[in-house]
Design a protein around this ligand. Structure first.
Ligand code: SF4
Length: 136
């Protein structure tokens, strides 16, 4: 007999635990400095992100760990990637080059394929200080 549902519940529990751990870690780092030397082996979210964005960062990382990278399509596993010549938000600074997942060299941590610095996708996480709001 298949234990698919049990395995699915285990995955969901692990996922929720990771989210809670990330939220706890973020709260703790806001409250008190760590006494011990930091372990730099695993990179955390960018310090410029707000709490919501930090949680999104951890969540997307966990999804990719469990299910693999997003593709560039607008389908269920896709990031709805818009290449530079189709990105309507360039002037606002909403570009891959400003996103915390952009690693340079045409690559992204969570979306597969070649990524242009001036492109954008629906999973963007960009520090507020890099977003320019247009005045009307
Ligand atoms: S916006 Fe961010 S997550 Fe989306 S493709 Fe660009 S670098 Fe990757």
């Amino acid at each position: 007999m298949s234990n698919y549902w049990l395995s699915d519940i285990y995955i969901q529990k692990t996922f929720i635990k990771k989210i809670n751990e990330a939220a706890y870690k973020n709260r703790k780092s806001d409250e008190e400095p760590e006494d011990e030397a930091e372990d730099d082996s695993e990179e955390g979210p960018d310090d410029r992100l707000n709490d919501r964005q930090k949680m999104m960062y951890e969540t997307y990382e966990s999804i990719v760990e469990m299910h693999g990278m997003f593709n560039q399509t607008a389908k269920a596993d896709g990031a709805h990637y818009a290449p530079a010549d189709k990105n309507p938000f360039i002037e606002e600074g909403m570009i891959c080059g400003n996103c915390v997942f952009f690693v340079g060299g045409g690559k992204c941590e969570i979306v597969s394929g070649k990524i242009e610095p001036n492109a954008i996708c629906k999973l963007w996480i960009i520090p507020q200080e890099l977003i320019k709001i247009k005045k009307k």
